[in-house]
Design a protein around this ligand. Structure first.
Ligand SMILES: *Cc1c(COP(=O)(O)O)cnc(C)c1O
Length: 414
């Protein structure tokens, strides 16, 4: 009976989304061309999968992966490697590389992602930027959800060293920022101070649009390899791509001054990083289709979806406003039950350290915590929205979305 209710909605959503899906596939084809052109230019071969030990001097696998990454982002240099433990670690290495005592970090897209609070030192964390003597100012987005350029310009001082943008909505209901909309911001802040670094948190954003922030002069982009750029294959790692000036500073923080990118061995094969990069345009497309499907089904059920099913996207996150705690829990449990790993587990809201409200998380991924694989989480507070992202294949994503909506339709008032 449940499937009788849900299947017509899935079918309707899917047929209404045909043009949207075709757009995602066009972007996939474009990035596939660019990625493969880079593989050809750098003559990627089986020798690039060979492990190294010890210092890892002249590790051709690591060096070539980083050259590919720079090529794809159209930057002078890149760091792309398993030694970066997470997205937060990658962003922290970038920030600590660029900022010195007395400098100011200007975040221009409102409150940054939760895990950056510790890096900035919002609560005076030991080892934070704040302890180092780096101050942070946050400029909120304007009413329309865009970067408030006049406010940014008046917040800039001679101490402003880094202007920081977060591309993705993260776990907030604000819109994501399109790379092409960053162009005017980058140009204008650099007009005011040509020495300022523009850094972009590119988590969840890579390969979603036809362009990247670096195409418009961003000095540094950073992201996680267990999100978009790892294609669902990379087992760990992060990337930073940017100007020689920016990467030159950041690489000294990555390892040690004077050593930089020259060290770092990896005894497991680099094959999953290359294969992941090859897969990434396709995997991102699968995630985008799954997100749009969930958005449209939610809309057909009278719920709000952010972004809307037909809106232009700049990241893979889909917020769905469920409206009640019961629906949040049911939706997440439906996603979990349809996951390949830990399908038997049933997530419940819990008091997660560092969060004020209870949080529920559904994730059943091959790579622990990978959110390019389908996952869904929600803080238990109004408006009771779930944040869903990822899917390695559209068919499995669709199956999970169907299961999750079927589960909320079981709730009496739904
Ligand atoms: C995921 C994410 C991060 C942090 O990455 P972790 O790998 O979870 O540490 C930072 N910023 C944004 C926008 C993210 O989506």
């Amino acid at each position: 009976m449940r499937t009788q209710q849900i299947d017509p909605l899935i079918n309707q959503a899917e047929s209404e989304l045909a043009a949207v899906f075709a757009g995602f596939e066009q972007t996939e084809a474009l990035w596939t061309d660019r990625v493969l052109d880079a593989f050809v230019r750098h003559q990627v071969a089986a020798r690039h999968f060979t492990p190294t030990t010890g210092y890892g001097y002249d590790d051709i696998a690591r060096d070539t992966l980083e050259a590919l990454c720079a090529d794809i982002f159209r930057t002078e240099a890149a760091i792309c490697r398993p030694h970066l433990a997470s997205g937060t670690h990658t962003l922290a290495v970038g920030l600590f590389g660029l900022l010195l005592p007395g400098d100011e970090l200007l975040v221009v897209t409102g409150s940054p992602y939760d895990t950056l609070e510790g890096v900035i030192g919002l609560h005076n964390e030991p080892g934070s930027l704040r302890e180092l003597g780096v101050t942070t100012r946050i400029v909120d987005l304007d009413e329309a959800g865009a970067v408030d350029l006049p406010a940014v310009l008046s917040a800039m001082t001679e101490r402003t060293k880094v202007v920081f943008l977060q591309r993705s909505r993260g776990y907030a209901l604000r819109p994501s920022i399109l790379p092409r909309d960053m162009e005017i911001i980058i140009k204008t802040v650099k007009q005011k101070n040509p020495d300022v670094f523009v850094m972009v948190d590119n988590c969840y954003g890579a390969f979603v649009t036809e362009d990247e922030p670096t195409f418009y002069g961003a000095d540094l982009v950073a992201g996680s390899l267990i999100k978009n750029l790892g294609g669902g294959i990379a087992p760990t790692g992060g990337y930073l791509a940017g100007s020689a000036r920016a990467i030159g500073l950041v690489e000294n923080r990555l390892t040690a001054p004077g050593i930089g990118r020259e060290v770092g061995s990896y005894e497991a094969s680099y094959r999953p990083f290359y294969q992941g990069l090859f897969m990434a345009p396709h995997t991102v497309c699968q995630a985008l289709k799954t997100a749009a499907l969930a958005a449209r089904v939610a809309e057909l059920l009278g719920m709000e979806a952010k972004p809307g099913a037909f809106e232009v996207r700049s990241d893979i996150i889909q917020a769905l406003v469920m409206g009640t705690p019961a629906k949040v829990v049911s939706y997440c449990q439906g996603i979990q039950a349809a996951s390949p790993i830990d399908s038997f587990a049933s997530p419940e809201p819990w008091d997660m350290p560092g969060y004020t409200d209870q949080v529920i998380m559904a994730a059943g991924a091959f790579v622990q915590g990978a959110s390019i694989e389908l996952s869904c989480d929600a803080p238990m507070r109004p408006p009771f929205a779930v944040y869903q992202q990822g899917a390695l294949t559209y068919a499995s994503g669709k199956r999970a979305v169907r299961a999750a909506f079927a589960k909320i339709m079981e709730i009496p008032d739904a």
